[in-house]
Write a protein that binds this ligand. Structure first.
Ligand code: CA
Length: 369
């Protein structure tokens, strides 16, 4: 196959444009391969293989990068714990232990609290709103400015969609029922719950089920029907609450060591950008396709779905915004990110309120009647 045939058949237009222009710049002409350098990278994921939709995004990215580079750019993917523990992926990328990671920025709010806005915060944006803010609303530039302080180049790494509010052994009818409740809920969601009187527990994925089983915790959150079903919480706690207001559209990210990114030939950077966007979009598609089926199975097993009461929703939203206002006073970059996010959020809520949300509401009511 002639080189140009290969390029037009396999490489997307954006990558093709970049590769041909880089050839021209080097005066190589269109015939010689643009993939002159063999690159071997290691990617540390923060996630176990069992989370196939999330972990699978890294494998999909690696496969695509290899194909698009004609086998020259190889990324070997390692699940959490094989090279580094899941919560140390950012450190490993920062220090160059690995060239690349797949993680959630909100694990690293200890480094800077503003990182939470890249993943999403309580009462924040849905997946579509988050993508729009990041890609078109100025979010990505602000987040990159923050990650740049840590020697990290950002690429999008997927989204789970709106998560569920978790599994409760007893019904939670009002704010008063949350007082003293032992719940596994990490991050900012946990900070908000703490302000509402919840006894917040932080447990990693594998430790949740046994803790729930022996009554060490009364409730836990995880992701949504597809992932939650696999961990079997429904066997112990039958009350499944909605919505997961602390993660209305949890985004993941690919982190790349800045020096490694800078050293990559431009065409390889384009390939990574393209493959990361593809893997991101596909993760959400998988959740949107698999969650409804999993929810049907859970309902058939006797799971009861409840909505959080209005007093819980209002008190949680108030507590969440108190936290954002407090943090804004401490750090100028946090304040800048918060300001951009808050403005985008307000407009976006209004727009979705008269378009998609209004439509879903109407169709939902007609289905019930
Ligand atoms: Ca969650």
């Amino acid at each position: 196959m002639k080189r140009i045939d290969f390029l037009t058949k396999i490489v997307p237009a954006a990558v093709l444009g970049a590769s041909l222009s880089s050839c021209k710049r080097r005066g190589e002409g269109g015939r010689s391969s643009v993939f002159t350098r063999t690159v071997n990278w290691r990617l540390a994921s923060s996630f176990p293989r069992g989370l196939d939709t999330i972990f699978g995004a890294s494998e999909q990215l690696a496969k695509r990068v290899k194909e698009l580079s004609g086998g020259k750019f190889n990324i070997r993917v390692f699940p959490a714990g094989e090279l580094v523990p899941g919560l140390q992926v950012m450190d490993a990328v920062q220090q160059g232990t690995v060239q690349m990671g797949h993680t959630a920025s909100y694990y690293y709010t200890g480094k800077h609290p503003g990182l939470a806005f890249e993943t999403g915060v309580p009462f924040g944006l849905t997946a579509r709103q988050q993508n729009a803010w990041m890609q078109e609303g100025g979010g990505r530039e602000l987040i990159q400015a923050l990650l740049g302080r840590f020697n990290v180049h950002y690429l999008p790494g997927g989204n789970t969609g709106t998560q569920m509010g978790g599994w409760f052994r007893r019904e939670i009818r009002s704010l008063a029922d949350l007082k003293g409740l032992k719940m596994r809920i990490p991050g900012l969601g946990g900070q908000v719950m703490n302000r509402l009187g919840v006894n917040v527990q932080i447990l990693s994925g594998g430790d949740i089920y046994p803790a729930l089983e022996r009554g060490a915790i009364d409730a836990t959150e995880w992701v949504g029907p597809y992932d939650d079903e696999k961990l079997g919480f429904f066997r112990i706690a039958k009350h499944y609450y909605t919505p997961g207001w602390w993660e209305p559209g949890a985004a993941l990210a690919f982190y790349i060591n800045q020096k490694e990114w800078d050293q990559l030939p431009p065409v390889y950077r384009s390939i990574l950008e393209t493959a990361s966007k593809e893997a991101s979009a596909d993760m959400l598609v998988k959740y949107d396709a698999r969650n409804p089926e999993a929810m049907e199975r859970l309902l058939a097993k006797g799971v009861k779905v409840h909505s959080f009461s209005q007093d819980i929703m209002e008190a949680s939203e108030k507590a969440a915004f108190e936290i954002y206002e407090e943090e804004s006073k401490k750090d100028p970059l946090y304040a800048e990110i918060y300001k951009s996010w808050k403005k985008f959020r307000a407009q976006s809520i209004d727009w979705f309120g008269v378009s998609e949300n209004r439509y879903s509401e109407s169709v939902g009511k007609m289905k019930e009647s």
